[in-house]
Design a protein around this ligand. Sequence first.
Ligand code: TNX
Length: 523
Amino acid sequence: MDLIPRPTSVLRRTGGFRLTPTTSLTAGPGAEGAAALLRDLLRPATGLPLAPAGVARGNAIALRVDERAADLGAEGYRLDVSPERALLTAAAPTGLLRGVQTLRQLLPPEAWGDRPVRGVRWELPCVSVRDVPRLRWRGGHLDVARWWMPPSFLFRYVDLLAAHKMNVLHLHLTDDQGWRMEIERRPRLTEVGAWRSHSMAGALAEERYDDVPHGGFYTRRELGDLVAYAARRGVTVVPEIDLPGHTQAAIAAYPELGGELPGPDEPVEVSPRWGVHDRILDPGEASLDFCRDVLEEVLDVFPSPFVHIGGDEVPTTRWRASPSVRRRARELGLSVDGLHGWFTGELDAWLHARGRRTVGWDDVLVAGRARPLSEGAAVMSWLGAEGALAAAAAGHEVIMTPYDWTYLDYGQAEGPGEPLSMGHVTTLEKVYAFDPVPAPLTDAQVLGTQGQLWTEYLPTPERVEYAAFPRLCALAEVAWSPPAGRDLGEFLGRLRTHLTRLDRMGVRYRPPDPLSSSAPPTD
Ligand code: TNX
């Protein structure tokens, strides 16, 4: 059966449930969305109508929300398949969406294609599955700021996340190299900030550039469509507007946001270069107004309870050199560096007042000693476990995103033949061994984990997929499956089958090396 992520428990029985043109699909109250998703997923390859019972008179697939099944939580499900009936039960509609993905994995891999296939017996094995996720936030981060990616790829990435029972798409929408979200109140952000004249062409240290203009942005409408599409798959799109650092593209659009106006010898351009930039937002009222204008529209488009305001890598060199910034710090009774935490705190309080939960990279903790984050704010810990422990001690939930385990932009193997990457290597095996709950934290303090795809060296959807897969399959299992019973050899065996599904979807993954020596597929 080779399910990924591995369910909490699976009992295989003899026999199978055969899907035919007379198989019915019925949805009880609250299950309509899951039924529509199942039809959408299976129709292209199987052509099966899966009509409601009454119309169809064969064996039956039934989807049910049963509030009495509270032990399944918000996302768990039960799937019981006998030759006559496949019954999917959950306590909430989202659980059914997860179960639909399991049902799809139980079919032959040919079911995963987008063209009709003939001559395949569409049969589910008879099983009893009970499945409840370990962690609540199972995310995929995608940086569309360094390179714009077509909306069709964002939709596809949502499909891929959902297929692995991941439930968050964290969209990194802004950075020094590009601003990608249309903001009606600040049109220059995309008129100017979404375009750069050239880009880095090799490794950071080589300092080589192409001469090819690059850019693009997403309209509010396109992002709204993405949010709706993701919601139908049980995926929340969490937007990130990175503030107050990583903002050179915004400053290129509105130079006054950078504080003292740069001299003629110092034009601010949408950056063609990777790496940390010291041109950051001036920590004054004009910048706060700007941020609130932007966030206002972000809240309109993204209903997500969480809004990410970045906060990483904020070099304060320019602030320290600026008399007006130093004056502001003195007025507030802060050090210049303390202004980072103060600025973040202003935005956090603003979001909190609007009923949203702030997420920030763990740099905001170091910067934020002067001012605690609001209740409900969560910390995304990329620097290591230390930030996570500090955040948890302050009562915040954490999302574990340590770079040495979860940065999928890092290379997958040493040696030649691999595309240019960040320079570090994080193998599939290492991701699979990741412990997302560092001692002494408990599962309750850790919201979850997430795979990061920073795209400096991933300029196209093909390259992104190659970096993401199959490591994201391993991370999905780390986030969803119970840690007891995790076994690399057994996982690699299941992965072998799973990759035939991804083949059908045309995913351009990196074939894992150790497959030849790994365990055979299990059934
Ligand atoms: C650090 S992680 C960054 C990003 C880079 C990434 C490259 C973080 C919050 N900031 O700006 O793209 O490293 O791996």
